[in-house]
Design a protein around this ligand. Structure first.
Ligand SMILES: Cc1cc2nc3c(=O)[nH]c(=O)nc-3n(C[C@H](O)[C@H](O)[C@H](O)COP(=O)(O)OP(=O)(O)OC[C@H]3O[C@@H](n4cnc5c(N)ncnc54)[C@H](O)[C@@H]3O)c2cc1C
Length: 459
């Protein structure tokens, strides 16, 4: 057994927005020497999958006013923007959908400021944690670069894992014919007149379509998804608020909630209030609404409602929505309601076969296929060696419905036998099975703050 003092007090696996928010909170709250290691294979912290894009047309899906890194300073991101854009008023900036890269730059600056002012020290190790074992006085992590690292506490902030393309033949496609939507360099390399088939019609499809359309793409963009639903728009400016009795709503089973939600939306629209205001009234209460659903109703939600909920909840900037509608109207963007069965490499193109409702078959030829199927929620399918080892060794167990990891209310990871571990935490999308709403910045900043308090309070 390893018995010397662990090298780091806290290791954070993952340096996307979640891991970076936690590092900032820890550095700010440290009152004594504190050694923090952030393990992140990307060259820069604070970017992760969502905010790594340098494309100006990849906008935040939330107005700037909702994107502060700090619960106790809700205007902080707007203040940061104002410092660089003096021509806009505070109100105008708070309502604006700014490029996601600006948010990454903001996090980078706040992290640097926290490092400069802290009694703690943070290092970024540009590698991935691949294995873990418990040692006498902490945890030892195996790293992808062949080294090991010991830490008293580990926080998992491993974020969003892409889903593999779900079709026969897809894994055998050459790299030029199979492109990951999150690989913006590969998306940029698509020839302007190429016929492209995008699998998935959510936010990743929006990114791909916007990157191509903005670059002057001339070829047709086919979008395939089982449900055919695309994200809906936010309203322009600040929508009016809508009063909703959340207690009454939470007391209903899923079917009753869906009925009530439709009735509220219809009532709001009839009174001149956009339906978006009704969703926004529920948004802060989603964790409660999830945890008060029965297990059977949670399963029903995942099977029948989630796509519909997602397109209403995860909305896009009005300007982005308008550009996609324009492409739909012109026929350059073609939406197909179909499940992809196979993607077979031809000599110069990919042959795609799918089937839609009522057994309708679909055959398409495209120069390349873009995997925009989104985020894998099931921990067993994430293909992340660290998470596989954690569950394999019984240091963690899958969360409800196999989604992420099981955690207690403070984010402590539960062992296979259900006992919460004082030295192993998770934040962000790994907690979606327990909380459902655990992906966006408001939840990430709250969880980061709570975990920092729990860790530093215990020292
Ligand atoms: C296209 C898109 C747009 C979005 N837009 C918004 C928005 O406008 N507003 C909003 O609030 N939310 C948005 N989101 C939600 C988004 O998920 C969060 O805002 C946030 O960026 C998630 O950060 P994260 O750190 O949890 O995950 P990620 O961004 O996925 O980062 C996780 C990091 O962990 C690293 N990692 C994984 N495994 C390991 C390991 N074993 N060892 C070391 N490192 C590891 C990865 O390299 C990765 O960089 C968007 C999401 C997507 C996909």
């Amino acid at each position: 057994m390893f018995a010397s003092t662990p090298l780091y007090d806290i290791a954070i696996a993952g340096g996307g927005a979640a891991g970076t928010l936690l590092a900032i909170q820890l550095l700010r709250a440290a009152r004594a020497p504190l050694r923090i290691a952030v393990l992140e294979p990307r060259a820069q912290l604070g970017r992760g999958g969502a905010h790594a894009t340098r494309h100006a047309e990849h906008l935040l899906n939330v107005p700037a006013g909702g994107m502060s890194a700090f619960n106790d300073a809700p205007g902080d991101f707007v203040d940061w923007l104002l410092a660089g854009q003096v021509e806009a008023t505070r109100e105008a900036l708070a309502a604006r959908f700014v490029p996601r890269r600006a948010f990454a730059d903001y996090l980078t600056q706040r992290l640097q400021e926290a490092r400069d002012a802290s009694t703690g020290v943070m290092v970024h190790l540009q590698t991935r944690a691949t294995g873990i074992e418990r040692i006498a006085n902490g945890l030892r992590l195996e790293l992808e670069d062949g080294t090991t690292l010991s830490a008293t506490t580990l926080v998992l902030a491993t974020g969003n894992a892409p889903r593999p393309l779900p079709a026969r033949g897809a894994s055998a496609l050459p790299a030029a014919q199979r492109i990951e939507a999150w690989d913006t360099v590969a998306v940029d390399s698509i020839a302007a007149d190429a016929q492209v088939c995008v699998i998935g019609s959510g936010l990743s499809m929006v990114d791909t379509a916007m990157a191509l359309l903005t670059a002057g793409h001339r070829g047709t963009l086919h979008v395939l998804s089982r449900h055919g639903l695309m994200p809906l728009p936010h309203v322009e400016g600040q929508p009016p608020s809508y009063a909703l009795d959340v207690d009454a709503f939470a007391a209903l089973p899923l079917r009753g909630r869906m009925h009530a939600l439709r009735a509220h939306a219809a009532r709001a629209v009839a009174a001149g209030t956009p339906w978006q205001s009704v969703i926004d009234a529920l948004r802060p209460h989603v964790q409660r609404l999830w945890t008060t659903l029965s297990c059977v109703d949670q399963r029903r939600f995942l099977r029948h409602v989630v796509r519909l909920w997602d397109v209403h909840r995860h909305r896009i900037a009005p300007a982005v929505h308008a550009r996609l509608q324009q492409a739909l109207t012109s026929g350059q963007l073609q939406r197909h309601r179909a499940r992809l069965d196979s993607a077979i490499a031809g000599e110069r193109c990919v042959q795609l076969q799918g089937h839609g409702p009522h057994g309708r078959t679909l055959s398409l030829e495209a120069a390349c296929v873009v995997n925009a199927t989104g985020v894998e929620l099931r921990v067993q399918a994430m293909r992340n060696p660290l998470l596989s080892e954690l569950t394999g060794r019984g240091l963690a167990r899958p969360g409800p419905h196999g989604i992420g990891l099981d955690t207690d209310g403070d984010g402590r990871v539960l062992e296979a036998d259900g006992v919460a571990q004082a030295d192993l935490f998770a934040l962000g999308s790994l907690r979606m099975g327990s909380l459902w709403e655990s992906l966006a910045i408001p939840e990430l900043r709250g969880q980061a703050e709570a975990i920092a308090k729990a860790l530093l309070g215990a020292r």
